[in-house]
Ligand binder design. Structure first.
Ligand SMILES: [Zn+2]
Length: 113
């Protein structure tokens, strides 16, 4: 009876028994440290969590890029409409209100961007 790890190792189109010593016991079989089923599952879970985290980060970047692109398309139009509305408001209303002054400040800053 050999003391080799009972795991099958897959390579290309065939598989073979792992050549390492089976020093751990699990599910009635012998395993090396690499193929011990509980360690394999733990490694896969760790990788999956890492991939999920990277995927979430990518999705967040793409969502922000999409938002920026939309704002890039809408922003100038919105700015133009707000400026026209404010010009109109100031033509009919002598002495601007605080809200109008604040809006004028924001528009002036936005036009510099
Ligand atoms: Zn092994």
């Amino acid at each position: 009876m050999n003391d080799r790890c009972d795991a099958r190792v897959f390579a290309d189109w065939h598989s073979y028994q792992c050549s390492r010593k089976g020093i751990h016991h699990e599910n009635g079989k012998k395993y090396c440290g690499t193929h011990l089923p509980s360690r394999v599952v733990a490694r896969q879970e760790k990788k999956r969590k890492k991939w999920d985290k990277e995927w979430d980060a990518k999705k967040a970047v793409w969502a922000q890029e999409k938002k920026d692109q939309k704002w890039g398309e809408i922003g100038p139009k919105l700015l133009k409409v707000c400026k026209s509305a404010l010009d109109e408001h100031e033509r009919f209303d002598e002495g601007s209100s605080d809200l109008a002054k604040e809006l004028r400040t924001i528009i002036d800053k936005a036009e510099v961007i």
